[in-house]
Design a protein around this ligand. Structure first.
Ligand SMILES: C[S@@+](CC[C@H](N)C(=O)[O-])C[C@H]1O[C@@H](n2cnc3c(N)ncnc32)[C@H](O)[C@@H]1O
Length: 290
């Protein structure tokens, strides 16, 4: 599993994102996740500081960014708050860019962007496969676009972080059967993991060694659903409990994706509408709600 962006790789990711943002002089930009202020400074350099608003959830972090920005001669509007709400006071924007990841694109970002404007963010989940998505906003309040490829991940926006695992349910209960899909899916191939994540969007993955056997556990804390994969004689069993069957959903989704030719993530489309929320689709006509 790949860790979210480290401080050494972040500058190059930020530059890639700014290129993908397609900013032009005269654009007004809302940035979510001020962090060190590095990407904010680049935006100010390109557009002028009067055209940049940057929202940071952590007051101390935002305060620390203000000094180096000021030392560079930039005074963008720095806002402390939950960037998932955007910043209505400064709307409308030509571009919205988030350097923290989201599970679903917030409707506020689309509402606050001008028609033909762009919203750019990494969309991911709790199995930690994510991808950069660029959406164009339409005049009817919807947005659509594509994933751009490159396996880009940032730390998730605070309100989208997973809940604590708490006490585990009785993993000896439930029903057991054989499965042909092993837990490599949860740790290996990035796109397969992304697809699995669409099928079980609230599930987290942990490994536990019990009586010398490593078990891979998928658990949706809020719903109380779980699945445990155990290696038996070179194959795998899955034991599932709680409401719904997490592993059945993952198996079905991954099987559909494979039968459609296992398309790469840069061929996936993403739409956001007021009626349906976020929908992610791969070529082949199979739609998956995220
Ligand atoms: C990867 S860092 C941003 C990097 C930054 N653009 C830079 O150039 O240094 C992600 C930032 O997003 C912030 N963040 C997390 N959730 C947020 C939210 N809901 N609203 C605004 N900022 C958030 C984090 O506190 C962190 O500073």
């Amino acid at each position: 599993m790949r860790a979210p962006t480290s401080s050494s790789t972040m500058p190059s990711l930020v530059v890639r994102m700014l290129e993908e943002l397609r900013v032009e002089y005269g654009h007004r930009v809302l940035e979510i996740g001020t962090g060190t202020g590095y990407s904010t400074a680049l935006l100010c350099h390109r557009l002028g500081d009067g055209s940049v608003v940057s929202v940071e959830v952590d007051r101390e972090v935002s305060g620390r960014a203000a000094a180096p920005l000021g030392a560079c001669g930039y005074q963008p509007e720095l806002v402390v708050g939950d960037g998932l709400a955007g910043h209505r006071e400064g709307a409308p924007y030509d571009r919205v860019i988030a350097t923290c990841g989201v599970l679903t694109m917030p409707g506020s970002w689309i509402d606050q962007t001008k028609p033909d404007g762009i919203v750019l963010a990494t969309v991911g989940g709790w199995l930690y496969a994510s991808e950069l998505a660029r959406l164009t906003v339409h005049g009817d309040g919807t947005a659509s676009g594509r994933f751009l490829g490159g396996q880009i991940s940032f730390m998730l926006a605070r309100p989208h972080l997973p809940p604590p695992l708490g006490l585990l349910p009785d993993l000896g209960s439930g029903e057991e059967r054989l499965t042909t899909l092993g837990p490599n899916l949860l740790t290996g191939d990035w796109t397969a993991r992304f697809v699995a994540q669409l099928a079980a969007p609230r599930a987290q993955h942990i490994s536990m060694t019990i009586e010398g056997r490593t078990q891979q556990i998928l658990i949706d804390v809020e719903a109380g659903a779980w699945a445990v994969l155990t290696e038996v004689d070179g194959g795998w069993t899955v034991r599932q409990g709680g409401p719904g069957r997490l592993w059945n959903a993952v198996e079905d989704q991954v099987a559909r994706w494979r039968s459609d030719g296992a398309p790469a993530l840069d061929r996936f489309e993403i739409t956001v509408t007021p009626d349906e929320g976020q929908v992610i689709r791969w070529p082949g006509g199979r739609w998956s709600r995220g």
